[in-house]
Design a binder for this molecule. Structure first.
Ligand code: TRP
Length: 461
């Protein structure tokens, strides 16, 4: 495979690198989408929001809102071939401030990274915990105590987070992103197989049926406006849309790449991984007596219980957390790409310096989230710790707001003609009907739907 990854290469040598093969595009985009959102966030939010009803809204939001916005974002990036700020400047009429979406996206990236890096930190720590074997138990008290011991220790929380930031920074500075991406591509199928194996064991547990009913039998009374907003926010988070990541990746897409097909495949594969994580976790939740609404701890306390039932469970659990760390690293690299490329292309900082600056900022910003379960546990804004607040504001406000503005931009400013031309690769693909349908959704449906769900979910109307 002869891929040119854009990341980590000095801009002076390559005018603007791009993905050189169709498969490379799919793999890189998927590498951004699949991450802790699937393995950590999806199960915990589904558990905390009542199960199947939440899942249903999430599926609808992914299809009706996520997919069209994802196509639009990639398309804009590929048309302008620049970072999100320059892309919107280039495509918008003069003096209209649409580039502010790019600025908001960069702030959003920092906000997401400050808590995301802490969750990656937990995953890294769990690789070592798994190696020592102390967490391999089906007793909720044992696995919960192990997790609490980690997150309530300020020093450990900070050190692991710094470790993660140095690790990611190292990958970017050394310019080995290409190697990491190639590695991710090879390892992801193994994570998929391991999840399948986990599902098989989970489904053989005593109360598997209860777990499946929780996940697949909707109780409509549990769908409130705030549940709907959380589900929609998750759809944005999962597909990495609403803040410029997909626009940035789109700028590396080839001109003959079929964007609708790529977006659809990414969405399907991403959904599969989330569903497998859910099926692996919920039967264990009911069998061993965990609380479905355990929150961000859910994966970390239930996964060891499932592995404790499997022959060679300890070794496999180490592999599981290593692969999860790899998936999370791919997603984190894509998040970092937004501020790094903006600092590089807009402020003229060399890539290395842009990366170091981003990492340094995250050391400070991330500390608030790292200490949210220890030193800063009582420091609350709007009733939330800094960790919860970053998570809430990014997924439920910044990403959906970004989605509204992107949809409005495409639907009302950029216009049907340019959209159709771009979506058909300037006439090479015959997808006129699809283009009309997606454009209609972007112009009329997405903005209104997102706005209503947001305002209702935030209790503003
Ligand atoms: N989608 C990734 C995950 O599920 C996280 C992620 C990467 C992201 N890039 C993003 C989320 C951009 C929102 C926006 O783990």
């Amino acid at each position: 495979m002869n891929e040119k990854s854009p990341m980590g290469q000095p801009a002076a040598e390559l005018p603007r690198a791009g993905f050189s093969s169709g498969f490379g595009v799919l793999a890189a985009t998927l590498g951004s989408a699949v991450g802790l959102g699937n393995i950590w966030k999806f199960p915990y939010l589904t558990g905390a929001n009542g199960g199947a009803g939440f899942l249903l809204v999430y599926l609808l939001a992914t299809l009706v809102i996520g997919l069209p916005v994802m196509m639009a974002e990639i398309l804009l990036g590929r048309e302008a071939k620049a970072n999100p700020i320059s892309t919107l400047q280039a495509l918008a009429p003069k003096r209209q401030p649409w580039w502010l979406i790019g600025v908001a996206g960069m702030l959003g990236a920092f906000l997401i990274l400050s808590f995301y890096s802490e969750v990656v930190a937990w995953v890294f720590a769990y690789v070592f915990k798994a190696l020592r074997g102390s967490i391999l138990s089906s007793d909720p008290r044992v696995t919960e105590a192990a997790f609490n011991a980690l997150i309530s220790d300020p020093l450990q929380s900070l050190l692991w987070q710094w470790g993660v930031l140095v690790f990611i920074g190292g990958i970017l500075v050394l310019g080995v992103t290409k190697g990491i991406e190639a590695l991710t591509k090879k390892l992801m199928p193994i994570l998929f197989l391991l999840l399948l194996l986990l599902c098989a064991f989970s489904l053989s547990l005593d109360k598997a049926a209860e777990g499946l009913a929780f996940l697949f039998k909707p109780d409509f009374s549990k769908i409130s406006a705030s549940v709907a907003l959380t589900a929609m926010g998750l759809a944005f988070f999962k597909l990495s849309i609403g803040m410029g990541t997909m626009m940035t990746y789109g700028s590396y897409f080839r001109d003959d790449q079929n964007i609708p097909v790529t977006a659809f495949r990414v969405m399907c594969a991403d959904l599969c991984v989330s569903m497998l994580a859910g099926i692996a976790i919920f039967p264990a939740v009911f069998t061993f007596g965990f609380a479905p609404a355990a929150g961000p701890a859910l994966v970390f306390i239930t996964i060891p219980a499932v592995f404790s039932q499997i022959p060679m469970g300890q070794g496999l659990m180490v592999v599981f957390f290593v692969l999860t760390a790899v998936a999370a690293t791919g997603a984190m690299l894509s998040l970092m790409e937004v501020p790094v490329v903006i600092l590089h292309e807009r402020l003229g900082l060399p890539r290395t310096r842009a990366t170091l600056l981003t990492i340094l900022l995250l050391v400070f910003l991330g500390a608030g989230c790292a200490l949210s379960n220890s030193a800063l546990a009582d420091f609350k804004v709007l009733g939330m710790t800094l960790f919860d607040l970053s998570d809430f504001v990014s997924s439920n406000i910044i990403l959906p707001a970004g989605g509204i503005f992107l949809a409005v931009f495409v639907g009302w400013v950029w216009g049907m003609d340019k959209f159709r031309l771009a979506l058909s690769n300037h006439g090479q693909l015959h997808n006129e009907k699809l283009a009309r349908a997606v454009f209609f959704v972007l112009r009329y449906v997405s903005p209104v739907l997102i706005l209503v769900v947001m305002l209702k979910g935030l209790n503003l109307i």
